[in-house]
Design a protein around this ligand. Sequence first.
Ligand code: DAT
Length: 181
Amino acid sequence: MQEHAPRSSPVIVITGTPGTGKTTHAQLLVEQSPLPLQHINVSDLIREKMLHDGFDEEWQTYVANEDKVVDELEPLINAGGGLILDWHTCDAFPERWVDLVVVLQCNHTLLWDRLEARGYPLKKIEENNEAEIMNVVLEEARDAYAEEIVVALDSDNTDDLESNVSRIVQWIEAWRKNQQL
Ligand code: DAT
């Protein structure tokens, strides 16, 4: 267990290949959470605060500067937690920051359709689809964090979405009780 400043609300990472449903889950979780949570879409933050080393034309994406991302988020973490960090990668976040890591997973045919609907170039759809098939994000999460805080959840349909969010809500209730011990 890592030492950190007391938190009034947990820090939850929601990660997964683009299109697996991170933002959709985070938005519903903010509504249903028994403790206040601020949703931080890290990709949006990178664009807005220029936390990158330029735009990669080939992959049509900003090249994140992870040091700048960590520096930007650190004050929020130290201010008492209560955050959902929504990003397609997770190992940049120091272990001491994180109370729970949710890795969303999606059937790769469904994922293909979601990314196509988003207008991603073929190459980017293929790359993300392959990453999903190979469990790249789950492996990254398992390498970076203690086994007991990493949970992999299916995100194929709205039933999955609702049950995942209620599961996380139950986890938050348990976290809250635990803090009061
Ligand atoms: P991400 O934030 O991981 O890139 P998103 O939340 O923007 O993904 O979702 C991408 C699209 O897929 C969006 O149109 C909503 C849909 N979607 C995501 N999770 C879903 C789920 N569990 N059931 C049905 N649709 C889902």
